[in-house]
Ligand binder design. Structure first.
Ligand code: SAM
Length: 201
């Protein structure tokens, strides 16, 4: 589980491959996030879609009524997502940004990370936790989706146990729940994943 994992050059990937072919492509709002928003009666406010990639989650959140900012390391991903949002008539602030050296200087009501944290180098995880905690208002939420330790595919992102998530995030967040689920995308079977709901203390 702690083996070193390799990732593509994200910018090159978005320059060469169609986003619809990517394993994480999901045109709908992630069903776990959808359920959490309903349970928590979250309908408006500011949202950050972190590592937005194809931008589907950012657009779906805007469609739901959130004021959405969406960032990604890849400028090409950001430009493609911006075009898609414009075509669909949704207003999302798409920005090229590295979460490990972020230029964001405001706080959000909620942050959604579906697949960014689990591709970061292990030595950067605590910096990520500190940075993301600084981007969320007190009482705001971090919704994190990452691969689960139960996923057995050889390749792909890092995997986590609920205990590891609790240990990494617990100092800065109240970890409300960690559920075993799947990562909705183009792979078959869908990879096993964790959906974590955390409240900023
Ligand atoms: C597995 S994809 C998930 C994309 C998107 N969240 C989704 O659900 O469709 C991971 C994304 O994280 C982005 N990424 C990787 N490292 C990043 C970083 N340091 N800062 C911001 N984005 C990053 C990649 O470019 C890629 O688009």
């Amino acid at each position: 589980m702690n083996q070193k994992r390799e990732f593509p050059n994200w910018e090159k990937l978005y320059q060469t491959d169609a986003v619809e072919s990517m394993p994480w492509f999901n045109p709908e709002l992630d069903p776990d996030l959808d359920r959490a928003l309903t349970q928590l009666h979250l309908k408006t406010g500011s949202a950050l879609d972190l590592g937005t990639g194809p931008g589907t989650q950012a657009i779906a959140l805007a469609e739901r009524g959130f004021d959405v900012t969406a960032t990604d390391l890849s400028e090409t991903a950001v430009n493609l997502a911006k075009e898609k949002a414009q075509q669909k008539g949704f207003n999302v602030s798409f920005q090229t940004d590295d979460i490990l050296n972020t230029h964001l200087n405001r706080k959000f009501d909620l942050v959604f990370d579906r697949g960014c944290f689990h591709v970061l180098p292990p030595e950067c995880r605590l910096d990520y936790v500190r940075t993301v905690a600084g981007l969320i208002k007190s009482g705001g939420y971090l919704f994190l989706k990452c691969f689960s330790y139960l996923e057995t595919r050889e390749s792909g992102p890092y995997r986590f146990t609920p205990t590891e998530i609790q240990e990494m995030f617990g100092d800065r967040f109240h970890v409300r729940s960690i559920e075993e689920t799947v990562y909705h995308g183009t792979l078959n079977p869908l990879p096993k994943a964790l959906f974590c709901q955390m409240e900023k203390s």
